[in-house]
Design a binder for this molecule. Structure first.
Ligand code: ADP
Ligand code: NI
Length: 217
C-alpha cells in the first residue's frame, strides 16, 4: 500500500472510531486538525506523511479513554500502524507524537521533539481557539453540566493536572484557564499568525458576552 492509500485508510478508521464521540472529540475535530496540520506543515520542512498520520491519530491514545500506560506509549496508534509496511523509525516517530500530545502529566507540557510533532500540536491547539474553540468549549461545558458563566467565581490557575482535571468551573473560566493561554504556546510561525486572529476573536467574544450579560446594550 502506498502512503496516500495508508492516509486514506487511516482517515476512514478514525472516522469510524470517533463518529459517535461527542463533546469536542468527534471525527470532525480530527478532520480539522488534519487540515490545519497540512496547512502549517506546508510552511515547515517536514515529512508530510508523518504530519498527516500524527494529526489523524493524535487523539487515539488519549488519556481520557485509555489506560495511563497505553496513553503514554501510544499503544493504540502502534497497533494500527503495524499492519502496514512501514519502517520502525516511521512508526516510532508517529507513536511518539501521539503519546506526547496525549500526555497530561507533571506540569502538562512535554516538549515535542520534532518539527512534525510541533506541527501536529499547533494544529490541535488551533482547533481549541477562535470560533471553533468557543463552540467546542460550550459543547464540552454543556456535556459536563457546567455553567456558562458564574460572575461570583473567579478563574483559577491550575498548578497540577489533577487540579485541572477535577476543576468544575464555568466555561467562561475555561477561557482564562486554557484558551487564552494557547496563543503564546504555538511553536511554528504560521500557527502563531493564525492564532493571533483567533485570539482576537475570542477577546471580542468575551467583551460582547460581558456586555450583554450586564445588560449594557
Ligand atoms: P484536545 O485533547 O483535543 O486537545 P481536550 O480534550 O483538552 O482537547 O478538550 C476538548 C475540548 O473541550 C477543547 O476544545 C477544550 O478547550 C474543551 N474543554 C476542555 N476542558 C474544558 C472545560 N473545563 N470547560 C470547557 N471546555 C473545555
Ligand atoms: Ni485533539
Amino acid at each position: 500500500m502506498n502512503k496516500e492509500e495508508i492516509i486514506k485508510k487511516t482517515a476512514q478508521y478514525i472516522e469510524k472510531t470517533f463518529v459517535n464521540s461527542h463533546s469536542g472529540h468527534d471525527w470532525w475535530h480530527m478532520w480539522r486538525v488534519w487540515q490545519n496540520a497540512k496547512l502549517i506543515g506546508k510552511t515547515e520542512k517536514v515529512d508530510m506523511f508523518i504530519v498527516e498520520m500524527g494529526a489523524l491519530l493524535h487523539d487515539i491514545s488519549d488519556w481520557k479513554f485509555n489506560s495511563k500506560e497505553d496513553s503514554e506509549s501510544g499503544t493504540q496508534a502502534r497497533q494500527w500502524l503495524q499492519q502496514f509496511n512501514l519502517d520502525r523509525k516511521t512508526i516510532d516517530h508517529i507513536c511518539d507524537i501521539v503519546a506526547t500530545v496525549s500526555f497530561k502529566g507533571a506540569s502538562s507540557t512535554v516538549e515535542m521533539k520534532t518539527t512534525e510533532g510541533k506541527v501536529v500540536r499547533d494544529a490541535d491547539r488551533l482547533d481549541a481557539i477562535g470560533a471553533m474553540g468557543i463552540a467546542r468549549a460550550f459543547a464540552y461545558g454543556g456535556s459536563q453540566n457546567r455553567l456558562m458563566h458564574n460572575p461570583h467565581e473567579k478563574p483559577k490557575k491550575h498548578h497540577t493536572t489533577q487540579d485541572y482535571v477535577k476543576s468544575t468551573s464555568s466555561t467562561i473560566n475555561h477561557f482564562y484557564e486554557k484558551l487564552l493561554l494557547l496563543k503564546n504556546l504555538m511553536n511554528t510561525e504560521s500557527a502563531k499568525r493564525i492564532a493571533e486572529n483567533r485570539h482576537k476573536f475570542m477577546e471580542d467574544f468575551l467583551r460582547e458576552f460581558y456586555s450583554e450579560w450586564s445588560g449594557k446594550i
